[in-house]
Design a protein around this ligand. Structure first.
Ligand code: ZN
Length: 172
């Protein structure tokens, strides 16, 4: 009996099985994020890789740029300045609010986070920095604003996004 080989799934006719990261790819990465002093800020270690839709602003611009053109199996480090990360600290977003504005909350403590509409109308996460008497110091900057970000990345998987994922702008 004659046996005819089909092309193995996932390998193209050229023998090149690397899908390069481009817009409308769903990318799975393992990552560790550290600051300038080598403190770990965030990591996927011990959990699932982070999956995101490339080209849809799901991750900070500097990291997205560094991932463009990479493929599964690539490991690399990249330093992302605040302008390409979570932005610079905007002093106007650090304000004092009256404690009475938090009357629904119960006890207000430093470190608590709330959603609030900022001066630009955009919904932001605000963090309580300090509580002193009837005054609450709040910061509407992203907690990582102003930080230089050091990413250690391993690309685990790259696949084409579904039409629905592209339409929604995120991974399903
Ligand atoms: Zn969706």
């Amino acid at each position: 009996m004659r046996f005819r080989w089909g092309l193995p799934v996932g390998i193209g006719a050229s023998g090149d099985n690397t899908v390069k990261i481009a817009d409308n790819c769903v990318v799975a990465i393992d990552y560790t994020l550290t600051d300038d002093d080598n403190n770990e800020l965030d990591s996927s270690a011990g959990g699932d890789p982070l999956e995101y839709l490339h080209g849809a602003n799901n991750i900070v611009p500097g990291l997205e740029k560094a991932l463009t053109g990479r493929a599964a199996g690539n490991a690399f480090k990249v330093t992302v300045e605040p302008e390409e990360g979570y932005g610079n600290v905007i002093p106007d977003l650090i304000q004092n609010a009256p404690l009475s504005a938090f009357q629904d909350v119960g006890e207000v403590k430093p470190g608590m986070q709330f959603q609030a509409q900022g001066p630009d109308g955009q919904v932001r996460i605000i963090t309580v920095v300090d509580v002193s008497g009837d005054t609450v110091a709040i910061d509407g900057n992203h907690p990582l604003a102003g930080q230089t970000l050091h990413f250690d990345i391993t690309v685990q998987n790259v696949r084409a996004a579904t039409p629905e994922e592209i339409e929604h702008g995120h991974v399903h």
